[in-house]
Ligand binder design. Structure first.
Ligand code: AMP
Length: 178
């Protein structure tokens, strides 16, 4: 079985969660399966190797689960992108549209270093709004988006296209495209 088939066999769909019309991709069974989780991490790390990232940014909260071990594997700092009001000190803030709502994302200002290269990581890319907001914060403050990396891409929501328009220099990698 290849990694995509293995992923498909462990992920679970929840139709109409958290609201009608959304098919929620539950990654909890993946987190509960260390063998498949390790394979997923290895694949993400192999693909990240090409983009010379100096930092990995993970999105609260499910993005943290992949971004943090990936940063450790790559030997670079992990930067959390959090919902409003969670991070202390001076923060950079950006609003964005989710598949199911509007939200804000914040990063500590000191984490964005001019000239540094940031790999933006999340579990799922849908519309690209969340990852795009983080990319905007990075780019507006002198950083470069080195790449985007996702476990699952919901291709019918065209997140890839909007991320490529926003950060044409950055590759968009998804392990499983649905
Ligand atoms: P978006 O900003 O539209 O690309 O949405 C991506 C964010 O929302 C990620 O942080 C995902 O965890 C979450 N998300 C969006 N759609 C889904 C879905 N169908 N299943 C699971 N998570 C989702």
């Amino acid at each position: 079985m290849n990694i995509q088939q293995e992923l498909l066999s462990v992920l679970k769909d929840y139709p109409d969660f958290p609201k009608p019309g959304i098919v929620f991709k539950d990654i909890c069974p993946l987190l509960a399966n260390p063998a498949v989780f390790k394979r997923v991490l290895r694949h993400l790390a192999e693909h990240a190797g090409d983009c010379s990232a100096t930092h990995v940014v993970g999105m609260e909260s499910r993005g943290f689960l992949f971004a943090m071990p990936l940063a450790a594997e790559l030997g670079v700092p992990f930067i959390p992108a959090r919902k409003s009001g969670k991070l202390p000190g001076e923060v950079l803030k950006q609003s964005y549209t989710l598949e199911y709502g509007i939200d804000h994302v914040e990063i500590q200002k000191a984490s964005i270093v001019p000239g540094a290269r940031y790999l933006v990581v999340d579990d799922v890319v849908a519309t690209g709004g969340t990852a795009g907001a983080v990319a905007r914060l990075i780019q507006a403050n002198g950083g470069t988006v080195a790449g985007f990396s996702f476990v699952i891409e919901l291709s019918f929501l065209a997140g890839r296209k909007s991320l490529q328009e926003l950060s044409p220099q950055a590759g968009v990698y998804s392990l499983l495209t649905l």
